[in-house]
Ligand binder design. Structure first.
Ligand code: SF4
Length: 217
């Protein structure tokens, strides 16, 4: 769905086959906006398959151009994203940031953190490979609102230092869950059933810190 505010148009959807209809889904161009993607996640990236559909591809390009347009002030970007969420306020319970794409720099990460801060009665959640950017935010003590939930995405190709960073970030509250693409017999894990209509672990603010494994992506 297209949404226009102050002359800027962005695109979102409400739910999909896996996510409840009460989820507003925001995406960017996959891979191009994923500076910390691994060889493994790029090889199994389901977002790439969906982008073969022209309307999906155009939507992601439009959103990417909007957030990366340096001629638009950060405050205006924030206003547009907030207006998009508020337009759907009565229809949604949560916002999934990035069905495709990722945080490509810390300013963009904090664009969404600020939107979440401004709309405290909705949950904003995301999966990210950009663990070093979250570490940077933690080191700068930038803070996260309690309605902003970060799941650290890892897989067997994730550099060990990023995995260690994710463990540390989980202790400081920046990252709630570690989401792993394959089985890791070394850790106690919750197995993802891949149906968020029946399980809300990834975006339930009351769920404790857990390690979630998805066996197939
Ligand atoms: S663990 Fe639950 S909420 Fe998270 S992706 Fe899997 S089914 Fe969805």
């Amino acid at each position: 769905m297209r949404f226009t505010h102050k002359g800027h148009t962005v695109v979102y959807s409400l739910g999909n086959l896996k996510l409840p209809r009460k989820t507003l889904i925001w995406s960017l161009q996959e891979i191009d906006t994923c500076p910390f993607s691994t060889t493994k996640c790029r090889s199994v990236c389901y977002a790439t398959k969906a982008s073969y559909r022209p309307n999906v591809s155009i939507a992601r390009e439009l959103n990417t151009e909007f957030v990366q347009d340096t001629s638009i002030k950060a405050s205006i970007k924030q206003e547009v994203l907030e207006a998009m969420v508020m337009f759907n306020h009565h229809k949604i319970d949560q916002v999934r940031i990035h069905e495709a794409g990722d945080f490509y720099d810390i300013n963009y990460l904090y664009l969404w953190v600020n939107v979440a801060r401004a709309i405290p009665d909705k949950i904003f959640y995301t999966y990210t490979h950009s663990i070093p950017l979250v570490t940077q935010a933690d080191n700068l003590n930038l803070g996260l609102p309690s309605n902003f939930i970060i799941n650290a995405s890892t897989d067997s190709a994730t550099p060990p230092e990023y995995f260690q960073q994710a463990l540390k970030l989980r202790k400081t509250g920046y990252i709630k869950h570690i989401f792993h693409i394959e089985d890791n017999p070394k850790v106690e894990q919750h197995i993802c059933i891949q149906d968020c209509n029946k399980c809300n672990l990834c975006y339930n603010p009351k769920a404790g810190n857990v390690y979630i494994t998805v066996k197939q992506h």
